[in-house]
Design a protein around this ligand. Structure first.
Ligand SMILES: Cc1ncc(C[n+]2csc(CCOP(=O)(O)OP(=O)(O)O)c2C)c(N)n1
Ligand SMILES: [Mg+2]
Length: 326
């Protein structure tokens, strides 16, 4: 699909993109600190470095669209409308969390906001998203389903079965590969036969493209076109977003399998810094405004953390609820 040059000119939107990316970065840093302080246990996968994908994609959605993802989904759940303090409380395993403290870091969920997880099984969400696509088609709705997964997930069997079905039945799903170059620690090039992951779509005659996932404007503009097309044709699309995670796979991974130079080369094109440069070029902000926003957002995140920390633990009886469908 041909890509147009970034052209969004709505100042409010441009600013909200910056503030959202900054919130997600500060939120994840706070989650990391809280984990290290022992405020919660279990897994914790941070999205630091990948913020432009989340913001660029989700700014294009309407409220009734669906989003489904893997375990690296704190930011995506906030972008779909779950209150950040409830995401933080979920991390802390508290009764005020978005899944009442029963899900933890990997299982954010909100039926009301149509954020359908948070899934720990690599690639599991791909089959579920395909089912959501079928539901949308069956009910003749105008919504779409965005399904995020990693480069590691494209080598799972269900990826092939699901994409074949979606392409055959014309299901309105945007499959987004967040290609951050690594599975847990495995370089994607060691385990994958193609140089560009979007090529997997060729096997299903499915629409496909790639985008610079470190640049929020590139993602926003490209995905805007893709989504317009999906709503019109109802056909699925496979998008490869080229991105990078700055931290280890999870908080317990020191990421020794990659070089400092490689990490630095991505940090040099950091999505937040790049977008700040654009805002300055457009004379929408100056350094003082940026400093002020940073302080405001840090203070907000502190409040979320305080609220989560002071929230009650779930009652033990809750373990017996929500086990079976009612
Ligand atoms: C079916 C399955 N196999 C293995 C794992 C263990 N595991 C968890 S994350 C992961 C790597 C996935 O990498 P990728 O899909 O690239 O996502 P990223 O973590 O980079 O966002 C693996 C192998 C799992 N959770 N589920
Ligand atoms: Mg990966």
């Amino acid at each position: 699909m041909a890509k147009k040059k970034a052209e969004t000119s709505d100042p409010e939107l441009l600013i909200s993109m910056y503030k959202d990316m900054l919130l997600y970065r500060r939120f994840e840093e706070a989650a990391n600190r809280a984990y290290n302080k022992g405020k919660f246990a279990g897994f914790c996968h941070l999205h630091i470095g990948q913020e432009a994908v989340c913001v660029g994609v989700q700014k294009n959605l309407i409220d009734t669209d669906y989003v489904i993802s893997g375990y690296r989904s704190h930011t995506q759940s906030i972008a779909k409308g779950i209150e950040p303090k409830k995401v933080m409380a979920e991390l802390f395993g508290k009764a005020t969390g978005c899944t009442l403290g029963k899900g933890g870091s990997m299982h954010m969920f909100s039926k009301e906001k149509r954020f359908l997880g948070g899934h720990g099984i690599v690639g599991g969400q791909i089959a579920l998203a395909t089912g959501v696509g079928f539901k949308i088609r069956y009910d003749k709705e105008n919504d779409i389903c965005v399904c995020y997964f990693g480069d590691g997930a494209i080598n799972q069997g269900q990826f092939y079965e699901s994409l074949n079905m979606a392409a055959t039945w014309d299901l309105p799903v945007l499959y987004v590969i967040e290609n951050n170059g690594y599975g847990m620690g495995t370089d994607i090039r060691r385990v994958t036969s193609v140089d560009h992951l979007w090529k997997r779509a060729l096997a299903f005659d499915m629409d496909h493209s790639d985008v610079d996932g470190m640049n929020v404007m590139a993602v926003y503009d490209h995905v805007g076109e893709v989504i317009k097309k999906i709503r019109k044709t109802k056909r699925p699309h496979l998008l490869e977003a080229l991105t990078y995670r700055y931290r280890g796979h999870s908080v317990s991974d020191p990421a020794t399998y990659r070089t400092k130079e490689e990490l630095q080369s991505y940090q040099e094109k950091d999505p937040i810094t790049t977008h700040a440069k654009l805002l300055k070029k457009l004379k929408l902000v100056n350094d003082a405004t940026l400093d002020e926003w940073n302080k405001e957002i840090k203070a907000q995140v502190k409040e979320y953390e305080k609220w989560a920390d002071e929230s009650p633990e779930p009652e033990p009886e809750l373990a017996y609820q929500h086990v079976y469908a009612e």
